[in-house]
Design a protein around this ligand. Structure first.
Ligand code: ZN
Length: 380
């Protein structure tokens, strides 16, 4: 297959009008010229479109009516397929605080999941289970547990080593637990926590290297207690998640975070919930309800209940909010997530011999085509 007459975002430069040749599941060549020879290959005309590496959403609970709490046997498959409409070609299925049995179910689902005509599920992100009951956000406090090694080991085993990120609250998490995560190739992520600056530094020293939606459920900087946000912004070895929907964080906060931390240390996530991609209305939330007004999803008490803006629109926002060049913005949605998951040798950028996971977007950042492993899986 050939994608022709297309603007192409490469890691270091942008080709204004060229072509990409896909063969089997790989990018065979990227050319500065448009393709003009006679060919039997299928040609997709990319006029007025831009090719970017497929988006990788490391923090997503659901979308398009599918939620991780549905517990339907085809939930993950439906989610994987529906995410391609946002240009997402890879994701981590992210858990809420639910019972141990329900967590077991998620681990089983992910352990033997194979995507078909959909985005690749790279594994599980455990968000709700080990957080602070004092900063639960919309997670159910009755299903928050102590961070204990036997419990995480149970889920590592059930998921067949598919757990990639675990959110921990430093004030209730032992050094031993954090080190155990690292030993199992799991990224300890600081979030949903009351931790002080010093407690956060300790957790970083133990191996934490990521921050769950910084600025949401983490407090903010106080003049005598820099807290999680202060530690996160100053630390040079970690990445921070930003929910760039203009609701979770003021655009000026996004600007401050990216300015201090650097675009190269930021991962954009949707924190998507079942209403992402759906119409405004009232939706089921655990045993109660949450209201979606078109721009935000809130519980009855006003707490924001996760994200509703898909990652392709967050890509537009980060450029609008910070004047970030497209090349750097794409790194926040594709390259840096892949690097953090240690899969950048195959995914996360448009380069010859990488897996052909590609999104074609228009000038409004709407997705017109999505390719996963060289196959066209979504067309608007
Ligand atoms: Zn979340």
């Amino acid at each position: 297959m050939i994608i022709n007459n297309i603007k192409i975002v490469l890691p270091d430069i942008i080709i204004d009008s060229g072509s990409i040749v896909l063969e089997n599941n790989l990018i065979k060549s990227i050319n500065k010229e448009c393709y003009s020879e006679n060919t039997e290959l299928k040609i997709i005309d990319g006029t007025n479109l831009t090719a970017i590496p497929g988006l990788i959403d490391l923090h997503i609970h659901g979308a398009n009516g599918v939620s991780i709490t549905d517990k339907e046997s085809d939930s993950l498959d439906r989610l994987s397929k529906s995410l391609t409409s946002f240009g997402i070609t890879g994701f981590l299925w992210t858990t809420m605080a639910v019972s141990i049995e329900d967590m077991d179910w998620v681990m089983n689902q992910v352990s033997d999941f194979t995507h078909q005509q959909g985005a690749i599920c790279y594994g599980v992100n455990i968000e709700g289970s080990f957080i602070s009951t004092g900063r639960p956000g919309s997670h159910l406090t009755s299903h928050i547990f102590e961070a204990e090694i036997p419990l995480i080991d149970r889920w590592i085993k059930l998921s067949n080593n598919k757990i990639k990120i675990v959110t921990i609250a430093p004030e209730k998490t032992s050094e031993q637990f954090i080190k155990h995560l690292v030993e199992n190739n799991i990224i300890p992520s600081i979030g949903h926590s009351h931790a002080s600056y010093d407690q956060t530094l300790e957790a970083l020293k133990s191996g934490a290297s990521y921050f769950t939606h910084l600025g949401n459920a983490t407090g903010m900087i106080h003049q005598r207690e820099p807290g999680i946000v202060g530690a996160a912004l100053l630390d040079e070895n970690s990445l921070i998640e930003i929910i760039c929907d203009g609701v979770h964080l003021h655009s000026a906060i996004v600007k401050i975070f990216t300015k201090v931390k650097g675009w190269g240390n930021v991962v954009l996530v949707s924190d998507g919930t079942c209403v992402m991609g759906m119409k405004p209305g009232v939706y089921k939330w655990y045993d109660g309800y949450a209201k979606f007004d078109g721009t935000s999803l809130k519980l009855e008490n006003g707490t924001i209940a996760g994200g509703v803006l898909p990652l392709n629109k967050a890509l537009k926002n980060i450029i609008d909010f910070t004047n970030c060049p497209l090349i750097d913005a794409v790194k926040m949605t594709s390259s840096q997530p892949a690097q953090k998951l240690n899969i950048y040798d195959k995914y996360g950028s448009l380069e010859v011999n990488k897996i052909a996971n590609i999104a074609l977007i228009n000038k409004d950042y709407e997705v017109e085509y999505t390719f996963v492993e060289g196959q066209l899986v979504y067309q608007k």
